[in-house]
Design a protein around this ligand. Structure first.
Ligand code: SAM
Length: 281
């Protein structure tokens, strides 16, 4: 039974980390004309009004997107400025941050005629919201399991493939399931760029995923982590956000590091960011 709803967490520091990485990866893909298929295995609702009762309950956007939004005129990094401009383009009134976009929107707004976007969502209520979003005509929405859907849809018709895997990890078995699905997918699409988000929780379940992928034989895996707190701080659940990128575009690490040098001080004194290779080429 699925109970997670991303609306409670929309625009938090993990979304900033995840969607900046996604934005930067898509930016590289857009440098070439050849078509791309994007697969978003865990899509969520698509767009989140920050005044909704779910977002207001924890107000996690206050230590995520909001400080960045307020600083947007002073930001120097082109990646961050472009990201904030895209965010502004979603707002009904561009000067006010009232909506935070999920991964389907971040992907759809950069789709070209030759590209395709396949979205999966398994929660019936979340899928209904997703169905209501106005998205590009080349976006398809499937009510179903995104990990099974990913392996079923491979290989894709386009020369390039980019996958985002962003589970809610409500069950700890999901760390294993993600690793298995990725290992299978990489056999069918060796050149795919695959992004996998994971939470950093005191229980440390993410090690199952990371160590499993490191031992899977897949090469060229880069990881980055953005932490708001130290792992020992038991007052909160998630202390950090992690992203694995398989086959990252050349230069992604430095571009994100530059953006994060501006993001980190905005998110609080204990915040830190780190990127490294998990497995080299
Ligand atoms: N990717 C979204 C974003 O960046 O805006 C957020 C996704 S949220 C963290 C995870 C979503 O995955 C939830 O909406 C949940 O209902 C959905 N979900 C959980 N298990 C799933 C599965 N096996 N296949 C597809 N969706 C699933």
């Amino acid at each position: 039974m699925l109970s997670y709803q991303h609306a409670y967490h929309a625009g938090n520091f993990a979304d900033v980390h995840k969607h900046l990485t996604l934005f930067a990866v898509v930016d590289y893909l857009l440098r070439k004309k050849s078509p791309v298929t994007y697969i978003d295995t865990h899509a969520g609702r698509g767009v989140y009004p920050l005044a909704a009762k779910e977002s207001q309950r924890l107000q996690e956007h206050r230590e995520g997107v909001e400080p960045l939004w307020h600083a947007k005129r002073t930001l120097n990094t082109p990646l961050l400025r472009q990201w904030c401009d895209a965010l502004a383009s979603l707002q009904p009134s561009p000067a006010l941050l009232t909506h935070y976009p999920g991964s389907p929107w971040w992907l759809h707004q950069r789709l070209r005629e030759q590209d395709a976007l396949q979205l999966f969502e398994l929660h019936p209520g979340e899928h209904r919201y997703l169905e209501d979003q106005v998205l590009s005509a080349s976006a398809t929405r499937t009510y179903g399991d995104g990990l099974a859907g990913l392996t079923q849809r491979l290989p894709v018709a386009t020369p390039r493939l980019c996958v985002l895997i962003d589970p809610s990890y409500e069950r700890k078995e999901e760390y294993h399931e993600v690793k298995d699905a990725v290992a299978q997918a990489m056999k069918k699409a060796r050149h795919a760029i695959v992004m996998i988000w994971y939470p950093l929780l005191p229980a440390g379940h993410h090690h199952t995923l990371i160590e499993g992928l490191a031992a899977s034989g897949i090469r060229n895996i880069w990881r980055s982590e953005l932490c708001l707190r130290s792992p020992g701080d038991q007052r909160h659940g998630m202390y950090g956000s992690g992203m694995l990128v398989i086959n990252p575009p050349w230069g992604l690490d430095e571009r994100l590091a530059a953006a994060m040098r501006e993001v980190v001080p905005l998110l609080g004194a204990a915040t830190h960011y780190h990127g490294e290779w998990l497995v080299g080429e």
